[in-house]
Design a protein around this ligand. Structure first.
Ligand code: ZN
Length: 267
């Protein structure tokens, strides 16, 4: 009888240790353990083993938890670094834009000249512009398949005119209302939100040397803008879409009315 009970108890012990047995079974087992050395020995061994087993399982769980936690921490760090780099790049753009604006705005646009050469697949165009306050002259020469066309507009001491020549022949049907002072091309707009917008629209800003001048190369949409670091002015613009190139050259402060008058007299 005792041996049969022993077998039964041994079968029940794992569940008993895991506290899965009901109270009647518990009483039966506990009664038996009091009186049976062999089963008590088995019970003690089994409890010990299961404890160790439980501990190692717990340790595994803790290890997995630690690993997951570590991964989350690494991920957080990576995300933080990426955001940090994006902010640094963005702030750098804003600083560069401000720097360009500050320099470009210091130039004397009341007295300056600009030479602009545009090269495209279809034509080459050269524009000379000289201005002294309200007086100015603009000479545009364009060469394409059909030949050479020239447009000259000027304003000097209240007198203004515009002339157009196609292959040296003066074109009389010209719209005289289109005489306008040149608007200084300024890449920049000097408003806070405008600058944020510009910084967002830039693909990249790189340092580069062009015509021996340290420049910023701004990549905006399909345009490459080379901006002279010293003056903040665009000195070259490339349209990547159609491969057209515009070169700009500026001088400031040495345009006199006499020079404008001489240019007009030599037309
Ligand atoms: Zn027993």
């Amino acid at each position: 009888m005792k041996n049969k009970d022993c077998n039964l108890v041994k079968d029940l012990l794992p569940n008993y240790i895991d506290k899965l047995t009901n109270s009647e079974t518990n009483t039966f087992i506990e009664e038996h353990l009091k009186n049976c050395d062999a089963c008590r020995k088995s019970f003690e061994n089994m409890s010990e083993e299961m404890k160790v087993d439980y501990k190692s399982k717990e340790n595994k769980k803790i290890n997995i938890f630690k690993k997951v936690n570590n991964k989350i921490r690494i991920l957080k760090t990576i995300i933080f670094i990426i955001i940090f780099i994006i902010i640094i790049i963005f702030v750098r753009k804003i600083v560069i834009i401000n720097n360009i604006e500050n320099k470009a705005s210091k130039a004397n646009y009341n007295n300056y000249s600009k030479i602009m050469i545009e090269t495209t697949e279809n034509y080459i165009s050269r524009t000379e512009y000289y201005q002294n306050n309200d007086n100015f002259i603009k000479i545009n020469t364009k060469i394409n398949e059909e030949g050479v066309s020239k447009v000259i507009s000027y304003k000097l001491n209240g007198k203004e005119d515009i002339k157009m020549f196609d292959n040296g022949v003066e074109n009389q049907n010209i719209n005289k209302t289109s005489i306008e002072k040149d608007v200084q091309y300024q890449f920049l707009n000097k408003s806070f939100w405008g600058n944020i917008g510009l910084a967002l629209s830039f693909g990249s800003v790189n340092d580069i040397t062009l015509y021996n001048k340290p420049c910023y190369l701004l990549n905006v949409d399909n345009y490459l803008n080379f901006i002279d670091k010293e003056t903040g002015l665009t000195i070259k613009e490339i349209n990547i879409n159609n491969n057209s190139v515009i070169d700009y050259k500026y001088t400031f402060g040495d345009i006199s009315d006499e020079k404008i008058e001489n240019l007009i007299n030599n037309l």
